[in-house]
Design a protein around this ligand. Structure first.
Ligand SMILES: [Zn+2]
Length: 213
């Protein structure tokens, strides 16, 4: 009945010497059930972590938001794929130790990303930097989560444009061609994030507006 190599418990990876695992006292069928329950629980944790990441990214929008969302999207589908892979392995009773540890590590990634964004913003006490630039394009879409960007000329060397995540009111306030000031927090972990976008004042500065005076 043994295939190549020793048979291992699906649940705790102990080598099976009889019908019941010496490591966790489960039969093969029970271990399979336990593993599949764990997969469901961890998939739930993974989905919650992904939501936490989205919430953190909207609360403290990183300047490189689009890249981070793409990365998180890839992780999301890899995680779901691994969940299915572990579950199928547990059903068939194959060797799944490697799959399980891969899945467990991927479950943590959205939580780590979310935590990184929160720490980067919450512990960031460096002064906000203002960058005067010009809006060259706007786009908004509401697929899964609302996405509004002002595309502005970049102030960073090696970057041509910045896709600045903005609120609904900022999005409607500014138009293509308009000069704006993008307020940027440097971020504790070196992840710049957007404090807001305001209208640019006259380049001469100190021009007081006494309307009707
Ligand atoms: Zn076991």
């Amino acid at each position: 009945m043994f295939r190549s190599g020793a048979k291992r418990c699906l649940n705790c990876d102990t080598v099976m010497t009889g019908p019941v695992c010496e490591g966790c006292d489960l039969t093969e069928a029970a271990a399979s059930l336990v593993v599949r329950r764990k997969v469901i629980l961890r998939t739930g944790m993974f989905l919650l972590g992904s939501l936490a990441f989205i919430a953190a990214a909207y609360r403290f929008p990183p300047l490189a938001m689009d890249k981070m969302l793409v990365f998180a999207g890839v992780i999301f589908f890899v995680g779901l794929g691994l969940a299915v892979w572990v579950e199928r392995g547990a059903l068939r009773g194959g060797q799944i130790a490697v799959r399980k540890s891969l899945f467990t590590s991927v479950v943590l990634i959205p939580w780590l990303l979310a935590g990184m964004l929160v720490v980067n913003a919450k512990l960031d006490d460096a002064p906000i930097r203002d960058w005067t630039t010009r809006v060259v394009e706007k786009f908004s879409m509401s697929a899964i989560v609302p996405t509004r960007r002002l595309v502005v000329l970049s102030w960073r060397p090696g970057h041509e444009y910045e896709h600045v995540p903005v609120s609904e009111s900022e999005y409607s306030r500014f138009h293509v061609g308009e000069r704006v000031v993008v307020e940027i927090h440097p971020g504790l972990a070196g992840i710049p994030w957007v404090a807001g976008v305001v209208a640019a004042v006259n380049p001469g500065g100190a021009v007081k507006d006494h309307s009707g005076g």
